[in-house]
Design a protein around this ligand. Sequence first.
Ligand SMILES: [Zn+2]
Length: 488
Amino acid sequence: MGCRRGELPVLGAVLALALLVGPRVLAQRADIELVPALSGGDGPGPVTYSGYQVLRVQVTGTDTAELLRSYENNPGCTAGTAVQPVQPFIIALHFWSESAVQEGPVDVLVAPDVGRRLKEELTRSGASYTVNIEDVQEAIKRENPSDLLQPRLQVRQSLQQGHPLTWRKYHRLADHHQYLDFVALRYGDLCETFSIGTSTEGRDIKGVKCGRGKREIWIDGGIHAREWISPAVVSYLIREFSERSPTSNDILSNFTLYIIPVLNPDGYEYSHTHDRMWRKTRSKNADSTCIGVDANRNFDISWGKSGTSQEPCAVTYGGPHPFSEPETRAIRDFVLAHKDKLEMFITLHSYSELLFVPYAFTIQKPDDYDEVRAVAERGVAALRAASGREFSIPRTTPYNQLSGVSDDWAKAVAGVRFTYTFELRDKGAHGFLLPAEEIEPSGREIAAAVKAMIRALPAPTRQSGDAAEHRETAAPAAGKRAAGRRFY
Ligand SMILES: [Zn+2]
């Protein structure tokens, strides 16, 4: 069931839902005037966010959380109902925070009229909020400097060196891929390009491997399209391990690093050309005009449960089944093919300045949690020393569990022991619209953290051979059974 065309006439559907859920909730939805801005489909684009705001709401109980959720996605079209939206694809409210918590701050993107109503309701109910971003379209304009200004000079200087990346602006996919080719050409004794497959729209999912060691490490970015700081920082890491390799000789002689800056190339391009807030892949969904799947809810680990949606129009739609996306299948196949050598799996997201350790899908800790966390603590300590920023290592609670995420799958099913998710800058002042001048400082602090974490990895033991055998038998979707699986 879901938000599908033609199942019921709009008015009848809204009235039917009103009878089901009561007049209070519906009254605030059916008459909302939405600015036709947010598009979940193949609208003409580019989408404009004029007048949209990002609010930080202090959630103090289930009432506030439910109020926010009642606005989510689409008025008159909520997951689990067969009601057609008032206007197809028009979204009232998006959560920017990864999940709606019961306590604490939650960031939400709201359409202009929805924002006014939501603020009134929050005030009436005694909940507090602040406006993080006054006008999202203005923030989009400010985030990435125009090519007419300073960055144009930077691009010219970089091109003279052989590639277009500047780390002073957010670049398109082609620039990222050109940089990978440059690194392979210029530092061919250390690095070479590789590809794990192609996206729905046929784009290459391309990376660079650097190093000479037998032990292997995976680092990725850009699985969520709108988190632009992630590919930017991953390309910064590639520069660190190639152009600046003398600072990491110890790492590069013991390890081979597989680094992919943009795991979701279709979504990333779409976020540049059509909708800055695009998060998902760009695959077509059967029986829905809404496009795309949240690739980081599409892995076969406790799939479809917490922190995800069954609704194709939702931003956290986990897909029709696990590994429905060519992008996630490509990651799965690569990781499984390398599972005996991969010791660490790091994936970069934004925002919040956090470093997650497994698991996200359950509040149960893996048996080796203390060791895995100790490596993370070395990372945040190095990060703090590099920039003074304080990244915290949160615990999974019943309220922030996530299903189907890549690092959980890499650990529980593929058996990669040290798996981590970074949430990069910032803490919400800009959110996904982090100004480009923060790319370099963000890259520096994450490079310090990642290097410290690699150096903190325990030396391999003979037991790792046994682990490979165990991992062979790890059934996909083993979920909780796999959660306790040990490396040794
Ligand atoms: Zn993300």
